[in-house]
Design a binder for this molecule. Structure first.
Ligand SMILES: *Cc1c(COP(=O)(O)O)cnc(C)c1O
Length: 320
């Protein structure tokens, strides 16, 4: 069970809001956060069916592929990944770890990568790799939902609260949580990408394919689409400085692609008076700190931010 901590901030105090953080970034030393939750069901399915491995999709800095490679190695499954980009990415922080754990990369151009959800392309992959479980980008499929139910169970044991806030990329995590929460709490998703309104459909689709017959009646969740800060992977130096301050204040590390965006959204929403006094919020720290390795390599982070997270960074592997 990942820990739950209270976090203190003058803004929370001023608005009489209580904020807790569910530290799924600490759930496992390598497979952090929601990728672990989502992979669990997929790994057990692949094992139970006697499959050779898992084939999935991702970008060259993907938290999902990083987690997939390690998790498959542990389970003695093969891991294949269709990766958007060129083999030159193999030496980046994320993929060098993934290769270290045995990831078999298949590099494709952007155009091919765009077909990753199309039936025809998926059927061709299934023919080519018949003994692999094909898992969508981010690991968000129906098999992922059960791992999120465990998260909801943990929370129910740990605390009573009003709102659970989390970042949303492909929608698998929030769908699993809505499904398991059964309307006990408000679920507030913050989209980390631009023009994310389409995600509501993806979330509803995951909910309706789950065993849950009452999926359509869930009305306790919302997706806010105005806090993407420029788009997926985009953030300003100013965003990083605000985050660095928050990290120093709370002692909890965040990265600017996912968990950092919910922190900034939370601060903005509280300042706007979005939550009533006395409200109890749980932030879900979905992990993703491995992404900082690649962001530092690419010079995307201001020094002040690097200083703030430095003590939380794992070191990069040597690639043979
Ligand atoms: C992938 C990821 C998300 C997004 O989760 P979805 O299930 O795709 O919505 C959020 N946070 C982190 C750290 C991630 O790696």
């Amino acid at each position: 069970m990942s820990p739950l901590q209270i976090i203190e901030h003058p803004l929370f105090k001023a608005h009489q809001i209580e904020v807790y953080i569910k530290r799924d970034d600490l759930i496992h030393p390598i497979i952090s956060g929601n990728k672990w939750r989502k992979l669990k069901g997929n790994l057990s399915y692949a094992k139970a069916k006697g499959l050779k491995g898992i084939l999935s999709f991702g970008g060259a800095y993907s938290n999902h592929l990083h987690a997939l490679a390690y998790a498959c190695q542990q389970q003695e499954l093969a891991a294949k990944a269709v990766i958007r980009g060129e083999p030159e990415y193999l030496t980046n922080y994320t993929l060098s770890w993934a290769m270290h754990w045995g990831l078999e990369p298949i590099f494709v151009d952007r155009q091919t990568y765009r077909q990753r959800e199309q039936a025809e392309y998926l059927a061709a992959l299934a023919t080519q790799f018949p003994d692999y479980l094909i898992v969508p980008e981010g690991g968000s499929n129906q098999l992922a939902l059960s791992g999120l139910a465990e998260l909801v169970e943990e929370l129910n044991q740990q605390i009573s609260f009003d709102t659970l806030m989390l970042p949303v990329g492909s929608g698998g995590t929030i769908a699993g949580i809505i499904n398991a929460d059964q309307c006990q709490h408000q679920i507030l998703g913050i989209a980390v990408l631009k023009q994310a309104d389409y995600l509501r459909n993806n979330i509803n689709q995951l909910l309706s394919t789950s065993q849950n017959q009452t999926a359509k009646t869930f009305n306790n969740w919302q997706l806010l689409t105005e806090f993407h800060r420029g788009g997926y992977g985009k953030f300003s130096d100013q965003d990083c400085l605000r985050l660095a301050e928050f990290i120093a204040q709370t002692g909890v590390p965040f990265e600017p692609i996912y968990s950092g965006k919910i922190v900034l959204a939370l601060l903005d929403l509280i300042a706007q008076g979005y939550f009533p006094a006395g409200h109890k919020i749980v932030l879900l720290h979905t992990g993703g700190l491995q992404g900082l390795g690649g962001q530092i390599e690419r010079g995307l982070l201001p020094n002040e931010f690097i200083k703030a997270v430095q003590s939380h960074l794992p070191s990069a592997p040597q690639v043979q």
